[in-house]
Ligand binder design. Structure first.
Ligand code: NAD
Length: 539
């Protein structure tokens, strides 16, 4: 009975005992599901989808029976009403369809936000098991049917940046290592005054702004995290990554539809633009903003007056001291710096080497695919090609390979060259600017303490990422304490901090400026307290 199951008393619809009702529904469920053309139309969030729980206007008995049935069947029962299914059939979006309206893509930001708001209200009444299934569906749709390869190649082609093979690794990482609902741990306090629960509760509609450097990775990671926390997500994507971003959003929507999720949990507009991003930020129905991008957009979301998460630029230094395993450090630095042509905000951007080992480190890096430019005139020539008139990186050079960049100054090399190395003064533009291309300056320091001080200076208060190669635990600890970065990788490549060859979970929204650090579902949730006075304390 419901009482035995610890459930609140329910009103049987027809005086039928609960045990009979369960038996009847179990029997019904084992018979064949209705043919597609006789299937009742599913209206997301309406009574009755197998995922919907506790509809305040609904009949409580429906919830209880559905819960019992789904427990009995190990959550495997196909629903006869909603189109929930485990298959990926029907989840395909052609290149031509990618930017058409529908499947979460709207003509205006107002329409997109209205749809996301409705979806989120319906989502409030879905079970946690359903949330988990939807999130697993997002992971699955990207990981299956060659989608990983497709979006990775498309992102590189559309943006003209990065390395498709490395983007496959990043997209897989976003799918597999972004935390889900398990991140939302509940705290309970009980005592003479009763029982208090502190739970992670959704904000509502979250506005997410995504970068051109990790366009699909950020959409996957943010969708999983924001939906795990019970929100819907409105994406404002980078205009230079429109097609691949909209394709990713459509694939997610189609998969969620097959799982019976409320429609439009993940939405965007057909034509991304600064005006649309501004409209999203100003919209009263958007309760939280999450900006993953450069300093301009991070400053903008922080000044909206709304709850904002800013995941901004970095300039990650890597320190190598005289106690390090230099061969390994050289290999790790070249691999980390060249990963996706240096696009990741966490990638090694400048090396600070203790004088004693600097020559050895440079020669070891050359063995691993670094091309050293010694002639100051050639360094100047490279600077003229990759730096724009404002003193920042030229957009056309961002995310390009070392071979491509060297080609621009008339040097032809093979694909075995991964990084362009120069020795530089600490104030050189290559050292101070976040270039996001595999041009790696090496700055010498007289001692490890000087190297750490310089690393702190060059990180520039971003609180983003830093690396150190050393076997001196005291110096590793000193740098970790002083540099205050969200990610600090010791004796490994930067991507170990993203959980590629390093422990922990992955995120593509690393929020240094606003302090959330490594974002996860709980970053997109509010802590709320439910207090039961003078009861439910059984101690
Ligand atoms: P960007 O700042 O040019 O663009 C980011 C997003 O903001 C885009 O969607 C863009 O359309 C939007 N945007 C930018 N300026 C805007 C404005 N004035 N009004 C409205 N919208 C605006 O950055 P990008 O080149 O796409 O990405 C690279 C930058 O992002 C680098 O600085 C990198 O370090 C940073 N980044 C940080 C993280 C992190 O987790 N901290 C992750 C990825 C990238």
């Amino acid at each position: 009975t419901a009482a035995e199951a610890g459930l609140p008393p329910a009103k049987p619809k027809s005086g039928e005992p609960m045990s009979d009702l369960v038996a009847r529904i179990l029997a019904e469920s084992s018979s064949e599901a209705p043919a597609a053309d006789t299937k009742p139309a599913y209206v997301p969030g309406s009574k009755r989808c197998c995922w919907t729980k506790s509809d305040p206007n609904g009949d409580p008995i429906d919830d209880i029976v559905n819960d019992l049935v789904s427990q009995a069947l190990g959550d495997k029962k196909p629903c006869s009403v909603c189109p929930h299914s485990d298959s990926t059939d029907g989840v395909a979006v052609s290149d031509d369809e990618a930017t058409t309206l529908g499947d979460g893509v709207f003509a205006t930001m107002d329409e997109a936000i209205a749809a996301a708001e409705l979806a989120q209200r319906q989502y409030l009444f879905c079970t946690m098991a359903a949330r988990k299934q939807f999130i697993d569906g997002i992971r699955e749709v990207i990981l299956s049917n060659g989608t990983l390869e497709r979006i990775s190649h498309m992102a590189a082609e559309e943006t003209g940046m990065g390395n498709p093979a490395h983007k496959i690794i990043k997209n897989r990482l976003a799918c597999e290592k972004t935390p889900g609902i398990e991140d939302l741990t509940t705290a309970a306090v009980s005592g003479d005054d009763g029982l208090t629960l502190v739970e992670y509760s959704p904000f509502g509609v979250v506005g997410a702004i995504t970068p051109t450097t990790n366009p699909t990775e950020t959409i996957i990671c943010n969708s999983i995290g924001m939906l795990a926390a019970g929100n819907s997500a409105v994406f404002s994507v980078h205009p230079r990554a429109t097609k691949v971003s909209l394709l990713t959003i459509k694939l997610i929507n189609r998969k969620l539809a097959t799982l019976g999720a409320p429609a439009n949990l993940v939405v965007t507009v057909q034509t991304p633009s600064i005006d649309n991003t501004n409209a999203m930020m100003a919209h009263p129905k958007v309760r939280m903003l999450v900006a993953t991008g450069g300093p301009g957009i991070v400053r903008t979301v922080m000044s909206t007056g709304k709850k904002a998460i800013g995941a901004g630029a970095g300039n990650p230094p890597v320190v190598v001291d005289e106690t390090a395993d230099i061969e390994k450090a050289a290999r790790d630095i070249v691999n980390g710096c060249s990963f996706d042509n240096n696009l990741p905000c966490i990638a090694e951007k400048e090396v600070i080497a203790v004088n004693q080992i600097a020559d050895f480190l440079i020669s070891e890096m050359q063995k691993c695919g670094a091309y050293l430019i010694k002639d100051p005139a050639v360094v100047k020539q490279l600077e003229g090609v990759v730096i724009n008139e404002k003193g920042g990186p030229k957009t056309s050079c961002v995310g390009k390979s070392a071979a491509h960049l060297l080609g621009l100054i008339g040097i032809t090399v093979g694909d075995d060259v991964k990084v362009i190395l120069t020795e530089a003064d600490k104030d050189h533009v290559f050292v101070r600017e976040e270039l996001m291309m595999p041009v790696l300056p090496v700055v010498r320091a007289p001692s490890v303490d000087d190297a750490i001080d310089l690393a702190v200076e060059l990180e520039n208060g971003n609180r983003h990422t830093a690396m150190m190669h050393s076997t001196n635990v005291r110096k590793l600890t000193k740098m970790a304490k002083l540099i205050q970065t969200t990610i600090f990788v010791k004796n490994g490549p930067s991507y170990a901090g993203l959980a590629v060859g390093g422990e922990g979970y992955a995120t593509f929204t690393i929020a240094g400026p606003t302090g959330e650090g490594l974002t996860s579902p709980k970053s997109f949730a509010r802590k709320r307290k439910c207090v039961m006075v003078e009861a439910l304390n059984v101690r």
